[in-house]
Design a protein around this ligand. Structure first.
Ligand code: LIP
Length: 287
């Protein structure tokens, strides 16, 4: 029987280098998409539903990120929202969202970002180790970075998640999926939570929701349906800022459910979400 050898933990110098690459390429892609908003933005195609949209800038931003990674880190793999995965040989994969918050981008709402993370191991939130990440929101002028064990920062200044609050005093962020049968359950869950919290925010970009937890702009956040590129960088930044980022039935966040905030608050919210079975979908609705 062979025993798997755990991947070597990169040194702080390597993590710092990966973080600086994440920031550099996220900023370049951010500049591209910000300039792209000067011309009318239109839907180029749709994905899971008619409201799950792709703009020409999603494609252009991912192309730029991939070109820069091919130059700077030719041996690494890439998993991107628009073009899927390309394998590497180094054990490191870049998990990239060329525009997180595409609907905000389409409507000119500034809450959108480029999210870039370097993970070791297969690019699966159930098992990966996120080493470095950057969430860059060009229209907000905000750049969040994090390195495993090295802290979380906004524009170079350390950020910290809020101390635990009673649920009734907690500002809770969330997001909704694109499929109607998922939204039926999400509406039910929100209806049960709204009377129990300070208030609810739906800001429209999961990576920025996680960064908001990291800097105390939200007390708590949860969402069903996050893809690896929505959460890789933001979850690292929130964790490095002292937040707990978990799933509903697993300590790993993922597509089933992601919950973030101070540990005690997360456990309270997790209990409620478990009671509500927030990780279910309604049967398909025929329109
Ligand atoms: C979106 C998220 C949003 C979430 C959507 C979607 P996209 O990412 O950031 O907050 O609710 O389900 O995942 O499609 O804009 O990259």
């Amino acid at each position: 029987m062979s025993i798997a050898t755990p991947a070597a933990v990169p040194t702080a110098a390597v993590i710092t280098e990966l973080t600086s690459i994440a920031e550099r390429i996220a900023r370049m892609a951010g500049q591209l998409i910000l300039e792209g908003r000067r011309s009318p933005v239109e839907v180029a195609s749709t994905k899971s539903s008619a409201v799950d949209v792709v703009t020409a800038m999603d494609t252009a931003s991912e192309k730029l990120l991939r070109e820069m990674l091919a130059e700077l880190r030719p041996l690494d793999g890439i998993l991107g929202e628009e073009e899927g995965s390309s394998a590497g040989s180094s054990g490191i994969t870049w998990v990239i969202d060329p525009i997180d918050g595409t609907v905000n981008y389409l409507y000119g709402i500034p809450n959108y970002a480029v999210s870039v993370a370097a993970v070791s191991g297969p690019p699966d939130p159930a098992t990966w180790t996120v080493l470095a990440g950057c969430v860059h929101a060009p229209a907000l002028g905000a750049t969040y970075t994090g390195g495993a064990g090295l802290g979380a920062f906004r524009d170079g200044l350390a950020v910290r998640a809020n101390a635990p609050q009673p649920l009734a005093m907690s500002l809770l962020g969330t997001g909704f999926g694109y499929a109607r049968n998922r939204r039926v359950v999400q509406a039910e869950v929100i209806a049960r939570l709204l009377p129990q919290v300070r208030d609810i925010r739906r800001l429209g970009a999961a990576a920025l929701d996680l960064c908001a937890v990291a800097e105390g702009g939200l007390d708590l956040y949860f969402e069903r349906g996050l893809k690896p590129w929505d959460l890789a960088a933001g979850a690292l930044i929130a964790t490095e800022a002292g937040a707990s980022v978990v799933g509903l039935r697993s300590d790993r966040p993922g597509e089933n459910l992601t919950i973030a905030g101070p540990r005690e608050g997360v456990e309270t919210l997790r209990g409620l979400l478990l009671e509500l079975a927030a990780d279910r979908d309604a049967p398909d609705v025929v329109v």
